[in-house]
Design a protein around this ligand. Sequence first.
Ligand SMILES: NC(=O)C1=CN([C@@H]2O[C@H](COP(=O)(O)OP(=O)(O)OC[C@H]3O[C@@H](n4cnc5c(N)ncnc54)[C@H](OP(=O)(O)O)[C@@H]3O)[C@@H](O)[C@H]2O)C=CC1
Ligand SMILES: Nc1nc(=O)c2c([nH]1)NC[C@@H]1CN(c3ccc(C(=O)N[C@@H](CCC(=O)O)C(=O)O)cc3)C=[N+]21
Length: 286
Amino acid sequence: MTATLIDGKAVSQKVKIQVKERVEKLAQQGIIPGLAVILVGENAASLTYVKNKKKTCEALGMRSDLHQYPDTLTEQELLTKIEELNQNPEIHGILVQLPLPKQIDEFKVISAISPEKDVDGFHPISVGNMMIGKEAFLPCTPHGIMELLAHYNIDPAGKHAVVIGRSNIVGKPIGQLLLQKDATVTYCHSKTKDLASITAQADILIAAIGRAKFIDHTFIKPDAVIIDVGMNRDENGKLCGDVDFQDVQETAGFVTPVPGGVGPMTIAMLMGNTLQSAEKGLSKTK
Ligand SMILES: NC(=O)C1=CN([C@@H]2O[C@H](COP(=O)(O)OP(=O)(O)OC[C@H]3O[C@@H](n4cnc5c(N)ncnc54)[C@H](OP(=O)(O)O)[C@@H]3O)[C@@H](O)[C@H]2O)C=CC1
Ligand SMILES: Nc1nc(=O)c2c([nH]1)NC[C@@H]1CN(c3ccc(C(=O)N[C@@H](CCC(=O)O)C(=O)O)cc3)C=[N+]21
């Protein structure tokens, strides 16, 4: 038996259709959801993400402004720009593309974004609210993964979920969201000993490592759900995930491809958060 494909592209289309309908409703009241994306430097992965976001915003009738700067930008210049966007009523979401050049303190920058416009869900207030299960913008990649699981009727309750990676943007928050859905969660990272013996116990395995095709069938339990977050280039320069997609086919129960898995869901969730921010702004002014 080959694994069932978790089709992130198809699920993201459905999400985007729903977003588009709500954008059209807002437009009748004269409001266009606006996303501001700040890109400092020329990180290749960031450029692809930025391009996809712009395209999607346009397709959904949303506004997207790209603010692009050379990697010599100072921290103060960036903070001034963020303050200006915080004040701009036509902008409902602000996203600062990570990583930032080393002269800029990432924490300072993220903390400067108004939590009401923090559509990435990276502000400490958003993170705190998410942790205690209160309303917050959820980080797009983990939120997209939860939507994928729900769409395929994969209920995390009582399952052993193993997360490889503990970054603030993917690893840590996906573990939290799975915990909220009653999974038993184990985090692994670069200091974990005997990784394969732990991942082999996973009913749901989340790979957020950043190493091309690192996870093969020897890491996984038969019929496990494998979610591949990685965005890497293989030896031929082709986009690939952290999972060796071909090699796990006969062992896994479900698997996400790269491209076409988690990535498109990340974009769809970002559009959803920006729309939600615009809708909230409207209800406040009423
Ligand atoms: N599809 C999407 O929408 C998105 C994809 N990505 C991609 O996902 C991947 C992860 O991103 P991100 O979380 O930002 O990456 P980080 O580099 O911040 O984190 C990588 C994590 O993997 C762990 N790790 C590294 N090597 C090993 C190893 N040999 N064994 C076990 N654990 C290891 C690290 O451990 P330690 O903490 O000990 O260093 C770290 O916690 C990247 O490929 C990125 O491009 C990211 C965001 C969105
Ligand atoms: N502040 C911030 N927030 C982020 O969410 C963030 C970030 N910085 N920095 C970089 C990473 C990476 N990331 C991706 C999202 C979507 C795709 C994506 O759309 N991938 C598609 C297509 C890729 C292609 O074809 O090139 C796919 O997997 O099918 C990729 C990568 C978000 N990140």
